[in-house]
Ligand binder design. Structure first.
Ligand code: ADP
Length: 498
């Protein structure tokens, strides 16, 4: 939040529960850590933009950020009014590159609690407080945003609160809601909403069960809804992927956009990744062999002549379709392949993976943990990454894999479908399959195993995969255009002037 005397500025308030590198639990952390910085950088480079963009990021001051010992300046404190009293809020300030970051603390943001707890009551109270306190921050700093960009259920209520009848401050601000994973809606938040004086929606368009649930309330209040891939934007309109809101969302179709996430191409770069035995580029692909040899050695697997190494790097949850892996690979037991799986998550799936690897002791290994270094070595040494997701709002791991020349075998769903081009002649960057069944998955793996035997085809696919632009700059430009459009539209709609 800073003033610039001459250039007109578009002020964007970006709200999230987590942002890398301050705090990361999942994909939202990657996005919230990268996008605001990319928006700011692109806005400063683009001379044709009619406006400068002043974007700031607001996060809860989670205990783990505090424990990382950053020296944080106290900026302000204020009170958040609620029925029958008020709650104090403290603001600390830091920066991610040029982007100001405001960290809010107060009683509901316990320093002991994890970012997401298993207790819906704790999280709903914390994030309702945070959403309202973040809005109040802009008033405390006399900085009225042109765009409020909330993300997922945790901050969706900021948009709902902005549109409450008596709220005049934000009348000309546009509200955008980023949807990273629709089924997580913030269920069980009714008591928190009451405590903070937010009544249920009385809008008939929302199903009754959704009227006091944060994400649906945000979807109702938002001027624009953005999913993290174009395909996911279409899928959430269908009963299969709409999590009970497909009918409501179909009515908001014209305000729903899909903008593909990027990856941090500096952080994920096989030419400079220090975790690898050998660095390489699309021009020096032969050096990948050293990474594969090191991996096989590390896991006690034999090297073989054109013997493909399959990898999995995934949370082990139902969404990821990992249960399809054992029957698909068992159906391909007669083919030559090796497998290293890296994953952690549900006990049931971890156990199933342990047993599966035990049935193929000469050629399969399961590393049941979270291990960033190993994930990098797998992207750089394995030949194929298996991604049988049941749904995938965007997915980052397939983009990382392609950047490292590891070709994805993936279900054609959500962002996987948008980012992977199925092999066609010598073009293509991976292998797609339609149905979440072991049969379909196995036939895509079989196609990949066959293609792998044609070294020239495989190399040309690797080069295609590595040549794609998955940088944040591309996404940031799309967001900037949406911010400009949404802000102009909000001002016209509410003030009757451009
Ligand atoms: P999601 O956010 O649904 O888990 P994404 O594909 O968007 O899926 O992001 C997953 C990210 O987490 C990728 O960067 C991937 O490399 C990483 N990852 C997933 N599981 C592990 C693991 N067990 N160890 C290390 N990194 C992992």
């Amino acid at each position: 939040m800073h003033a610039n005397g001459t250039t007109r500025q578009l002020k964007v308030l970006y709200l999230a529960a987590e942002a890398y590198p301050l705090i990361k639990v999942g994909g939202l952390g990657d996005v919230a850590g990268s996008l605001p910085r990319a928006v700011r950088a692109v806005a400063h480079q683009e001379t044709e933009l009619p406006i400068d963009i002043d974007i700031c990021l607001v996060l809860p001051f989670h205990g783990s950020i505090q424990r990382h010992g950053r020296s944080l300046r106290r900026l302000a404190s204020y009170n958040l009014a609620l029925p029958g009293g008020s709650l104090p809020v403290e603001v600390r300030e830091t920066r991610l590159d040029e982007v100001p970051v405001y960290l809010l603390s107060g009683a509901p943001i316990s320093q002991e609690a994890p970012v997401y707890s298993d207790d819906a009551g704790v999280d709903s109270y914390k994030y309702t407080y945070f959403s309202l306190a973040a809005l109040e921050l802009t008033r405390a700093l006399a900085w009225t945003p042109d765009v409020v960009h909330a993300n997922d259920w945790h901050t969706a209520l900021a948009l709902y609160a902005m549109r409450r009848g008596e709220e005049a401050t934000f009348a000309c601000s546009a509200g955008l809601l980023g949807v990273h994973n629709l089924p997580y809606m913030g269920d069980g938040s009714g008591a928190a909403l009451r405590a903070f004086g937010l009544p249920p929606a009385d809008d008939e368009r929302l199903p009754r069960w959704a009227r006091s649930t944060p994400l649906p309330l945000g979807l109702l209040a938002a001027d624009h809804i953005v999913t993290v891939s174009p395909q996911y934007a279409r899928e959430i309109l269908t009963p299969e992927y709409g999590a009970g809101l497909d009918g409501f969302l179909a009515g908001r179709k014209d305000s729903i956009h899909g903008i593909l996430n990027g990856i941090d191409t500096r952080q994920w770069n096989p030419a400079s990744d220090i975790a690898l035995a050998a660095n390489y580029t699309a021009e020096t692909l032969e050096r990948r062999a050293a990474n594969k040899a090191t991996l096989l050695d590390e896991f006690g697997l034999q090297e073989g002549e054109r013997l493909p190494l399959l990898a999995v790097v995934s949370r082990l949850e139902a969404q990821k379709g990992i249960d399809l892996l054992p029957p698909a690979l068992e159906a391909l037991a007669g083919e030559a392949w090796q497998l290293i799986l890296l994953g952690s998550g549900s006990h049931e799936l971890e156990e199933a993976m342990r047993q599966f690897a035990g049935r193929f002791p000469e050629r399969a290994r399961a590393a049941l943990r979270f291990d960033s270094g190993l994930s990098r070595r797998l992207y750089a040494g394995a030949d194929m990454l298996l991604l049988p997701s049941r749904y995938e709002p965007c997915g980052l791991s397939q983009m990382i894999a392609m950047r490292y020349g590891c070709l994805p075998v993936a279900r054609a769903v959500g962002g996987l479908r948008d980012t992977i081009h199925d092999v066609h002649g010598s073009t293509g960057t991976g292998f797609l399959f339609a149905e979440a069944t072991p049969q379909d998955f196995a036939s895509a793996i079989r196609r990949a195993l066959d293609a792998y035997q044609d070294a020239a085809l495989w190399e040309s696919m690797q080069r295609n995969a590595m040549a794609q632009d998955f940088s944040w700059e591309r996404s940031a430009k799309e967001y900037i255009h949406l911010y400009l459009h949404a802000s102009k539209e909000a001002k016209q709609k509410r003030r009757g002037s451009p």
